[in-house]
Design a protein around this ligand. Structure first.
Ligand code: PLP
Length: 369
């Protein structure tokens, strides 16, 4: 029998998933209010206007430097890894790999028969691997926020890497972590984390150097399937379209979230809101004998995805089952990490008061067991 958590302890909204993440009720209202756009052509004004709003809003929210462009396409961040492998890596990539997602992109370039073996700078989960300038590397790649472990890395060009490009996986960080986009050439993300939409899309803020690199590689005779062509995606994006049919509902959810973030005060606001949630979570863990932030170095602890190890005598599966039975969902550790751990999505859609309520629920379950 699951324990019943006293109702006054429960969060207002029990969705704490790291992705897909909580969709705000306001986004669903926006979807309903614009239901007449659903089922209409993505080659006509209503949907193209929507894509335009997203491209403009993302440019403003992330403070894209002059000359940077927002491209988008179908397939999520995972598709962008293949697209980048084909269209952006010239001969050899270097990857910082300190969790599942950074590791997956490293595997994608390492498998490409037309590239030299990738250089992988690996670090244990819960720590951060840092890019280092190296001879013969033309592309440097790192996650901004490693969603599988809750570790955050700086977005910085490796010193002396002139002529090379930097690719930053901003999925789960973009929109809630500070960023200076002049330090990267492709800041790409899928919208089901900070942007609280559904999955299935990728977006990328591209520098002129990235656009030029893709044009050169795609013009060089390397075979690039049309679906994975960055140049084709960009040509469509410039016309506020995608190469093939997008999920219009996802575009509506995404557009509303981008505009909500801007209305609240933009990146400065969202950064503070997630940091406030993170302070609640990590200080709670520090004050418990039986809970420890998984990421040892405070400066590497993510403000958007918090990972908290529980002492071995606490059965996390039981805690998770009890939480779920009480409507508090998806705070399980990344499946392949295999730790006695809670992982909490603290994206801007999540109210910091709800993070505090979550900690009170965990206290109750641990103390009542
Ligand atoms: C969720 C996530 C991905 C994968 O996104 P998909 O849209 O499912 O392909 C990639 N990178 C990071 C950092 C993520 O958090």
């Amino acid at each position: 029998m699951p324990l019943t958590i006293p109702p006054h302890l429960l969060p207002t909204d029990g969705r704490f998933g790291s992705g897909p993440s909580k969709v705000r009720p306001g986004q669903v209202d926006h979807l309903v209010a614009n239901a007449h756009v659903l089922g209409t052509s993505h080659r006509r004004a209503p949907v193209k206007d929507l894509v335009h709003r997203i491209r403009e809003g993302v440019t403003e929210l992330l403070g894209a430097p002059d000359g940077y462009e927002v491209a988008l396409g179908n397939g999520g961040a995972t598709a962008f890894w293949d697209l980048a492998t084909l269209c952006l890596v010239e001969r050899r990539a270097q990857h910082a790999a300190f969790g599942e997602f950074g590791g997956k992109f490293a595997a994608a370039t390492s498998r490409a028969p037309f590239l030299e073996p990738s250089q992988v700078i690996a670090a244990e989960p819960g720590t951060v691997a840092y890019l280092e300038t190296a001879e013969g590397v033309d592309t440097y790649a790192t996650p901004h926020n490693e969603t599988s472990t809750g570790a955050v890395a700086p977005v910085l060009r490796p010193a002396g890497s002139d002529g090379a490009i930097v690719l930053t996986d901003g999925t789960s960080g973009a929109g809630a972590l500070p960023v200076d986009l002049s330090q990267t050439d492709a800041y790409y993300f899928a919208p089901q984390k900070v942007f609280a939409a559904d999955g299935g899309l990728w977006l990328a803020v591209l520098s002129p150097a990235a656009v030029e690199r893709a044009a050169r590689i795609e013009g060089s005779g390397r075979w690039v399937p049309e679906f994975l062509s960055l140049t084709t995606a960009l040509e469509n994006s410039r016309q506020d379209q995608t190469l093939n049919t997008p999920a219009v509902a996802t575009l509506l959810l995404l557009a509303d979230q981008v505009e909500w973030l801007l209305d609240q005060g933009g990146l400065e606001w969202s950064t503070k809101r997630s940091a406030a949630s993170a302070e609640i979570l990590y200080s709670w863990a520090r004050a418990r004998e039986w809970a420890t932030p998984f990421v040892a170095r405070p400066e590497e602890r993510s403000p958007v995805v918090g990972t908290i190890d529980l002492a071995a005598e606490i059965d996390v599966d039981r805690v998770l089952a009890d939480l779920r039975a009480n409507g508090v969902q998806d705070v399980f550790a990344y499946r392949k990490l295999g730790r006695n751990q809670l992982r909490v999505g603290m994206y801007p859609a999540v109210d910091p008061d709800d993070v505090a309520a979550l900690t009170a629920c965990v206290d109750y379950l641990v103390e009542t067991a």
